[in-house]
Write a protein that binds this ligand. Structure first.
Ligand code: FAD
Length: 467
């Protein structure tokens, strides 16, 4: 075998797995059909955050007077998109550098499993090469999920890729779906002056979050001028005119919405087609590759990680899965001292980067109660935070949930300024099985938003100082 490990797909799952494999002394190749870094670096996490930063800068300029500064400006949509693409390109080149540094062979082309240990790569020139390796990790990621009523034509009914590089700023946009991707794009376009309508099938926005977070976000989105329609479903779209005409079934009847474009943001479909799963007999279920806790498929020597397997479709999840998968392979090859710990999917943080930001981990209040816990809940409004007041961003709150019996930290749910930067405290605290006692006996620096976590815990235990 030419390689110990062949990785198919170079997103945050694949490229991280490849680096870890190389670190552990496994000869590694990575196959990529498009751009190193996958969706995350090229069409997901990074370019969207660059767009959102431009929106925030524009919002700050518009509110500069509040900070004692005279300033004005208008957004240059083309330049904003160009900056975002530049940031993505730089990150992709960074992955190229990391591959070289770690002596990983990069093979550009479409990879297909031909047999156990054999991947055929079809290059852009149509030529095929057979790459052989003992272990093959599939990290082919996902793409925008298409609903039958919302067939994407890439021009009027678009997915996230097109939404990132529209040739000009639309005057109006309908965003279908209010998960992280939907609300981030909704916030971005609304900030630049596009009329935004968000249509959500479920009764609340960001439906996977704690109910209090959904309420607070909806209030803020509406305050920003976004129209939010919950319990509503787009049943058909007419694209025959200049823009789109969407028929929407609402809780009370029917509505017709008109806009320049419609963004379908209804989730991710795994890339599992045409990669040879049937040829070698790899099992799939509900559109994803079936794996065990070390990401082994039912076929010996074939593994899968990231968005193409069940679990949260997040970059940090894909990366951790890649590391666990590879460490377990290395353990089997006697190149790693112990078997890795399986990933706890109940302790994965999730972040949404609109304004106000959302960050959460663990049980929501409802989930904790449904799981049989008697809970202690503390909520600290950022209007009472010195740092939030100094920054002029007092929207939102930090909510913590503890088990009343043993003091176990069950979950944290935050919405507000910079909260995505402080969720890791809860993740580590939960991993260390900390109780409220240890957190309250740890000093949080002042003034920071992070203090609000401690403040919320004080509220839960009736010890609030700042409320
Ligand atoms: C708009 C948007 C914003 C997002 N924001 C965030 C965020 O802020 N935080 C977060 O954690 N997550 C975010 N995500 C999700 C995140 O991007 C994904 O969870 C992550 O990229 C999954 O990583 P992956 O390695 O599984 O696959 P991907 O990143 O999808 O990479 C898969 C790679 O495999 C390649 N490939 C596929 N098939 C083949 C083949 N047969 N041969 C060769 N190459 C192949 C693809 O070209 C691609 O490069 C966002 C997603 C989107 C769409």
């Amino acid at each position: 075998m030419a390689y110990d490990v062949i990785v198919v797909g170079s997103g945050p799952g694949g490229y991280v797995a490849a680096i870890r494999a190389s670190q552990l002394g496994l000869k590694t190749a990575i196959i990529e059909k498009e751009s190193l870094g996958g969706i995350c670096l090229n069409w997901g996490c990074i370019p969207t955050k660059a767009l959102l930063k431009s929106a925030q800068v524009f919002n700050d300029i518009q509110h500069a007077k509040d900070y004692g500064i005279e300033a004005s400006g208008t957004p240059d949509f083309g330049a904003i998109v160009k900056r975002s693409r530049g940031v993505a390109d730089k990150m992709s080149k960074g992955v190229q550098f990391l591959m070289k540094k770690n002596k990983i062979d990069v093979i550009m082309g479409f990879g297909t499993l031909k047999a156990k240990g054999q991947v055929e790569v079809k290059g852009t020139d149509g030529k095929t090469t057979l790459v052989e390796g003992k272990h093959v990790i599939l990290a082919t990621g996902g793409r925008s999920r298409e609903l039958p009523a919302l067939k994407q034509d890439g021009k009027k009914i678009i997915g996230y890729r097109e939404a990132m590089v529209l040739p000009q700023q639309p005057k109006s946009i309908i965003v279908v779906g209010s998960g992280a991707i939907g609300v981030e794009f909704g916030y971005f376009y609304n900030s630049l002056g596009t009329k935004v309508t968000i249509v959500e099938f479920l009764p609340r926005v960001v439906p996977v979050e704690d109910e209090d977070i959904s309420k607070e976000l909806e209030k803020n989105l509406k305050k920003q001028g976004i129209t939010v329609m919950t319990s509503s479903e787009v049943t058909s779209v007419d694209t025959s005119g200049n823009g789109v005409k969407a028929k929407v079934k609402t809780a009370t009847g029917e509505a017709i919405l008109e806009a320049d474009v419609l963004l379908s943001a209804v989730g991710v479909a795994a890339n599992i087609e045409g990669i040879g799963l049937e040829t070698v007999g790899v099992k799939t279920d509900k559109g994803k590759i079936v794996v065990d806790k070390f990401y082994k498929t039912n076929v010996d020597g074939v593994y899968a990680i990231g968005d193409c397997v069940p679990g949260q479709a997040l970059a940090h999840v894909a990366s951790k899965e890649g590391i666990i998968c590879v460490e377990n392979i290395a353990f089997g090859e006697k190149k790693y001292k112990h078997q890795p710990e399986a990933l706890d999917y109940g302790n994965v943080p999730g972040c949404t980067y609109c304004y106000p930001e959302i960050a959460s981990v663990g049980f929501t209040e409802k989930q904790a109660k449904e799981a049989g816990y008697e809970v202690k809940v503390g909520k600290f409004p950022l209007s009472a935070s010195g740092k939030a007041s100094a920054a002029g961003h007092t929207e939102g709150f930090v909510k913590v949930i503890f088990d009343a019996k043993y003091g176990e930290w069950l979950g944290t749910h935050m919405i507000g300024y910079n909260v995505t930067e402080i969720i890791a405290e809860t993740v580590v605290g939960r991993k260390l099985e900390t109780t409220y006692h240890e957190v309250l006996n740890s000093i949080h620096p002042h003034p920071t938003i992070s203090e609000s976590v401690k403040d919320a815990i004080e509220v839960a235990y009736g010890e609030a100082i700042h409320l």
